[in-house]
Design a protein around this ligand. Structure first.
Ligand SMILES: [Zn+2]
Length: 498
């Protein structure tokens, strides 16, 4: 009896194994004038298709870098970078998550159709649609004629180009609230691509509207539109609108604002690290990093709200899991002036102690690199949210292709301000905390990389050290950390505003 049951279990297991294996096949690609077939395979619920084959049909070039297992695809103005076996990829300067890894088979790059094709559609100058039922990709090359938008800040104003595939009749009108509206006759707007050009530094909103017989692009600028001018430019065809700064008067009436155009430091985003099924590091006494970060973040938010110098936005105010993209989206859509991510550190060496403040730049030493690995590891495993174990991180910075990409794609734009703010936090923490100061350091944190504003990450102590674990869950200690950060916020405001 017992023997028979285990036999059945073994059979069942085998059946499951067979069902989960990859089944090879092909999918259809419908292009103007015909249908072609490209290699594909099913992996569970997903359809992986040969991007090498699709790239050949789209045009552009596909290059291999065997070192780093990287594959680059360049099409027109877009550059894609994939890493074999990684779900992360880049388009130009931004990092995205495919949820499932890029795969390499028979000399070709395979990507999951469901999660990759929407990204491709957003970026390239052709409309790409994936039809799950018929297992086909449709490419409409000549579909759009209003294809892109670009912004060029000038010393005395701003230049906006709306890119067309051909000369089209248009009208520009400015409405209250510094809205610039461009109505294009017979315009077919690549809405996703144009909207992806929204830049919070220069605009509050960017909208598109597709109607029968015309398309409209509307931009609400962060500056007064008093003196403006437009013309149709050829080669390549585009509508060019220039907005002159009238004695550099800028609109500062809205709550959302950034350093730069409006010179206000007023929106602070407080990010409590981890949450939900991602516990972060867990101490020997059972203290979870996600709870410590939330307590400190809430205390900091309370202090910020109290004297009304700033507006505070929290990425989470309860125990809740957030993706990297969600954290970045919250900060970017709030037009954060500063982004502060709160964490607690962990080491396999139990005697290691102290706090650090990090800003985003290429790691210069192994210990900083190790902290970034630890904090990034959860996002590398985002495809499997149940897997939250992260003690003794098991990958090597020098060999890990993702980390080498991160180190390359460091956003340098806010580095000086981020470093300055890190120093201010450091100064305050040194004054008030009794535990060892590990000081300011730099490393490539995913979460800071996607935030379009000065940002720091505070490691408020080692949860892996029993003494510091006790401190980290202590209300008084949490309050001291929050107060130090708050004082640094005031110093930053005093220095950068005006
Ligand atoms: Zn953490």
């Amino acid at each position: 009896m017992r023997h028979q049951r285990s036999h059945t279990t073994a059979l069942l297991f085998l059946t499951v194994l067979i069902a989960a294996t990859v089944s090879a096949g092909s999918i259809k690609v419908v292009v103007s004038g015909g249908t072609e077939k490209i290699e594909s395979y099913e992996a569970g619920e997903l359809t992986y298709f040969s991007f090498s084959a699709l790239a050949g049909m789209l045009g552009g070039t596909l290059d291999w870098e065997m070192i780093g297992h990287r594959i680059n695809y360049v099409e027109d103005t877009s550059r894609f970078e994939f890493v074999i076996n990684s779900p992360f990829f880049r388009i130009n300067d931004s990092t995205y998550n495919l949820t499932f890894p890029a795969e390499f088979k028979d000399g070709q790059l395979f990507l999951p159709a469901e999660t990759f094709l929407p990204f491709l559609d957003r970026v390239i100058q052709q409309k790409i649609t994936w039809n799950r039922e018929s297992e086909s990709i449709r490419i409409d090359s000549e579909y759009f004629n209003v294809v892109d938008l670009s912004l060029s800040p000038k010393a005395n104003g701003l230049l906006i180009d709306i890119h067309l595939t051909q000369a089209l009749a248009y009208e520009v009108f400015v409405t209250e609230g510094n809205w610039i509206n461009v109505s294009i006759r017979d315009g077919k707007i690549n809405a996703a691509r144009i909207r992806s050009r929204e830049n919070k530094r220069y605009m509050y909103r960017l909208k598109t509207h597709q109607a029968e017989g015309s398309g409209q692009v509307s931009i609400r600028l962060r500056r007064n539109v008093e003196k403006w001018h437009h013309k149709l430019v050829y080669d390549p065809p585009r509508i060019q609108i220039s907005i002159a700064d009238v004695d550099f008067q800028l609109d500062t009436n809205e709550t959302g604002s950034t350093i730069g155009p409006d010179n206000l430091v007023d929106v602070i985003v407080v990010d409590a690290g981890h949450g939900g099924s991602d516990y972060g590091a867990v101490g020997r006494g059972g203290t979870r990093e996600k709870d410590v970060t939330l307590s400190i973040a809430k205390e900091l938010a309370r202090l910020i709200r109290k004297d009304k110098l700033f507006k505070v936005v929290m990425t989470r105010d309860r125990d809740k899991g957030l993706s990297l993209q969600q954290r970045a989206d919250i900060a970017n859509s709030a037009s954060a002036d500063l982004f502060i991510s709160i964490h607690a550190n962990s080491s396999t060496k139990r005697q290691v102690r102290g706090w650090n403040v990090f800003f985003l730049a290429e790691a210069k030493n192994d210990s900083a690199r190790a902290v970034a690995q630890l904090e990034n590891s959860v996002y590398l495993r985002e495809e499997n949210p149940l897997q939250t174990h992260r003690e003794g991180s098991d990958f090597n910075a020098d060999e890990d292709p993702i980390l080498s990409i991160i180190n390359e794609m460091i956003m340098t734009e806010f580095q000086a301000e981020s470093y300055d703010f890190a120093l201010m936090v450091d100064r305050q923490l040194r004054r008030t905390l009794k535990i060892p100061a590990r000081g300011v350091d730099q490393a490539g944190f995913f979460v800071l990389n996607m935030v379009f504003t000065p940002s720091v990450l505070v490691e408020s102590g080692f949860i892996s050290n029993s003494q510091e674990e006790k401190l980290l869950k202590n209300k008084k200690y949490q309050k001291t950390v929050a107060e130090a950060i708050y004082k640094a916020l005031k110093s930053f405001k005093a220095k950068y505003e005006g």
